[in-house]
Design a protein around this ligand. Structure first.
Ligand code: NDP
Length: 451
């Protein structure tokens, strides 16, 4: 490889996509530097998926204590809960992972430069008053929370803030009904907060299958979360009891703390993109083609900063595909079909493939199989909770188009189903598969009655 530049590859951003691409490139002998001005690990490890899931594990103990009575355990009441203790343990784990990521970069031979970098041209970045050159530049700077442009929004927390809040509020108001809103609502409810969600539309989780959305709303409501729909926020202000959110139609909701979870946007400002000719769209996402090439030759972008599918495993795949293409002579594009995804609410959602609405919009004649049942565990625990499983099948080819599940095993089950869908599995393939008994998963292979 040429040595007329400082490096072969400079990556800006040490999150999931940047780290994966850099390590893979280095494994093929590329001289790689990665720039990071915050903590190595990015959104997923530091302020996203990982801390969120750790908190969710914590929140679910409430159920375990309550449910245990039905199994003969003499727990009269849930023991006391210590939020600062959980926060400290969560932070220690994040510190450990942060250290691990740094070690992994070092072991891979990637040079970590803990500075904020900005593009000077297609082969040069500037950081900490110095310039560094590389044949190729990869931008993997991720995204960050979007705060609603309404008066008083500064009084609200973002998901970053909630993950660090020193004490649990007694009453939490959540603005938005996407992944982050419902997950954090579920977590705080599990720890005992009174939680109210406000959404501007009719239902939470736009883009998910309607049956699943409605069923999750029922479960969240059963657990004491209030959902206000058609609520378009107009202003947030302090009031005698804490915070008050007012809607355009005059309705108000009061709480001790508010979380604004109204989406995320690409971290593309301050990188010098416009000056060097890297095009972005109206949301600030870097425009890329199927090879993650930007409009400037030699400059690539992966992950949330491109606003394609904003999920960690997708960013990782994009980073690795690029390294395979550039440094291993193996042109590789990411397969965006049948990406499984989960919403870690309580109960959780696992989903892969098309929703009923998407399937119909794409012109499929769909056969729908659906079942709802009380999980076996709750026959003894007495908990009122229902699982929903839904399968969509293309009538013409019998191919399974989508699998959706509301139930705490959903995320674990759906990963395997994603493999089946990528293999083109038909309903007949599902039917000839013997179920694993007793499990919720077996329902996916025993669905007989079309809706
Ligand atoms: P989402 O895009 O999922 O949800 C945004 C929510 O905010 C929606 O309910 C939306 O309403 C609402 N909203 C947006 N703008 C306004 C507005 N002006 N006024 C009122 N409400 C508004 O964003 P998130 O922040 O929840 O998550 C960002 C991304 O992060 C996700 O799309 C996902 O890719 C990723 N993620 C994945 C997770 C996982 O895999 N488990 C967990 C967390 C995040 P409406 O529906 O009406 O548009």
């Amino acid at each position: 490889m040429a040595t007329d530049t400082d490096f072969d590859l400079i990556t800006i951003g040490a999150g999931s996509g940047g780290v994966a691409g850099s390590r893979r490139a280095a494994s093929y002998g590329a001289r790689v530097a990665i720039f990071e001005n915050s903590r190595v690990g990015g959104t997923c490890v530091i302020r996203g998926c990982v801390p969120k899931k750790l908190l969710m594990y914590g929140a679910q103990f409430r159920d375990a204590f309550e449910d245990s009575r039905g199994f003969g355990w003499a727990a009269d009441a849930a023991p006391g809960f210590d939020w600062p203790a959980l926060l400290a343990r969560k932070n220690a784990e994040i510190d450990r992972l942060n250290g691990l990521y740094k070690t992994m970069l070092g072991t891979a031979g990637v040079t970590l430069i803990e500075q904020r970098a900005r593009l000077v041209d297609g082969q040069t970045v500037e950081a900490g008053g110095r310039r560094y050159t590389a044949k190729t530049i990869l931008i993997a700077t991720g995204g960050r929370p979007t705060m609603l442009p309404i008066p008083g929004i500064k009084l609200a927390m973002s998901s970053d803030d909630l993950l660090e809040m020193p004490e649990l509020p007694k009453r939490l108001l959540v603005i938005g009904g996407g992944y982050i809103a419902v997950e954090f609502a579920s977590i705080c409810r599990g720890f005992g907060a009174k939680v109210e969600i406000v959404i501007r539309g009719q239902h939470i989780l736009n883009g998910f299958d309607d049956d699943i959305r409605i069923a999750l709303e029922a479960e969240l409501t059963r657990r004491g979360i209030t959902i206000h729909n058609g609520f378009v926020p107009a202003s947030l202000e302090t009031c005698a009891s804490g915070l008050r959110l007012t809607a355009r139609d005059g309705r108000t909701v009061e709480a001790d703390k508010a979380l604004c979870a109204t989406g995320r946007h690409p971290n593309s400002s301050g990188l010098g993109l416009e000056a060097v000719g890297v095009q972005t769209d109206e949301q600030g996402a870097i425009r890329v083609d199927d090879w993650s090439r930007t409009s400037l030759p030699g400059v690539y972008a992966v992950g949330d900063v491109t606003n394609r599918v904003n999920l960690t495993p997708v960013a990782i795949s994009e980073g690795r595909a690029l390294a395979e293409t550039l440094y291993n002579n193996t042109p590789t594009q990411v397969n965006y079909a049948n990406i499984p995804t989960a919403v870690f609410t309580n109960p959780a959602i696992g989903t892969v493939g098309l929703t009923e609405q998407q399937a119909r919009a794409q012109g499929f004649e769909v056969d729908i199989y659906r079942t709802g049942f009380r999980p076996m565990k709750h026959t003894l625990s007495g908990r009122e909770e229902r699982v929903l499983i839904k399968l969509l099948v293309d009538r013409a080819t019998e191919r399974v188009l989508g699998c959706h599940m509301l139930g705490n095993d959903g995320p674990e089950i759906v990963q395997g189903l994603a493999i089946a869908l990528n293999c083109g599995a038909t309903k007949r393939d599902f039917d000839r598969t013997i179920g694993l008994h007793p499990s919720a998963a077996e329902e996916f292979v025993t669905l007989r009655e079309k809706l």
